[in-house]
Design a protein around this ligand. Structure first.
Ligand SMILES: CSCCC(=O)C(=O)COP(=O)(O)O
Ligand SMILES: [Mg+2]
Length: 228
């Protein structure tokens, strides 16, 4: 019996184009000046050093670090220091009302219904926990953070690695087989399934599919028989 839902964000409950066409360009445009201005703040300095480590260049200049980050944004790399910095930059955009966190209406209705039915809702996204909080605090449907019990990002590991899901399981009060993981990406669903979770693909954008995972095009198609 499913007792908890672990959901991806982009492509599953949020439109991919919101992330790719609004959030990523917003961060790219502001990242150079943000990193320059905040390079001595402890958290930002930690991320800068993590970038240097990732590119194998402990002495890399701030310009080199910025170039690496901008390249990762272009290539949609889910590298932890980039995701952490993006979260900080998006804060201004949300607070100024430059954009709201997009949520598909069918996803909102589904999350509400599952919450009301007593299921525990958790989030696992490559976007940092801070970025997740911001999106849900400033969503199209207002502040929906009370729906979620906990949030996970790449600090538990990458989303295509089964160990990341085992790390999440260690933090949750339910068994693997009692968790339904929702994602649009087959590699992520494969990893969650290998860790013992149930899986369901949201197939909204013509992504690759797999016979290993049931799929729906939107949450109005959800029914428990899919998981039988
Ligand atoms: C939390 S909003 C920003 C989403 C993001 O940065 C991202 O890389 C999307 O990854 P996801 O794991 O939600 O598909
Ligand atoms: Mg996704």
């Amino acid at each position: 019996m499913i007792k908890a839902i672990l959901t991806d964000i982009e492509g599953t409950i949020t439109r991919i184009t919101f992330v790719k066409d609004i959030l990523f360009p917003y961060a790219a445009a502001r990242l150079p000046s943000f990193v320059e201005a905040h390079q001595d703040d402890a958290f930002v300095a930690e991320q800068i050093n993590a970038v240097r480590e990732e590119i194998g260049s402990p002495q890399a200049s701030i310009d080199d670090v910025i170039q690496a980050l901008l390249t990762w944004i272009k290539e949609d790399k889910k590298i932890t220091p980039l995701k952490q910095l993006q979260g900080l930059i998006w804060q201004t955009g949300y607070e100024q009302g430059d954009f709201k966190g997009h949520l598909y209406p069918d996803a909102m209705a589904f999350l509400n219904a599952q919450h009301q039915a007593g299921l525990a809702l958790y989030v696992y996204s490559s976007g940092s926990v801070k970025a997740q909080h911001l999106l849900f605090a400033h969503s199209d449907f207002g502040d929906i953070r009370p729906l979620f019990k906990d949030y996970f990002d790449t600090n538990v590991g990458g989303k295509k690695d089964p160990q990341s899901y085992r790390n999440i399981l260690n933090a949750l009060p339910v068994e693997a087989a009692e968790i339904l993981f929702l994602s649009d990406v087959v590699d992520e669903l494969d990893a969650a399934k290998e860790a013992g979770m149930r899986t369901l693909q949201l197939w909204r954008d013509n992504q690759a599919t797999s016979p290993s995972h049931p799929k729906i095009e939107h949450f109005e198609q959800f029914n428990s028989e899919l998981l039988a």
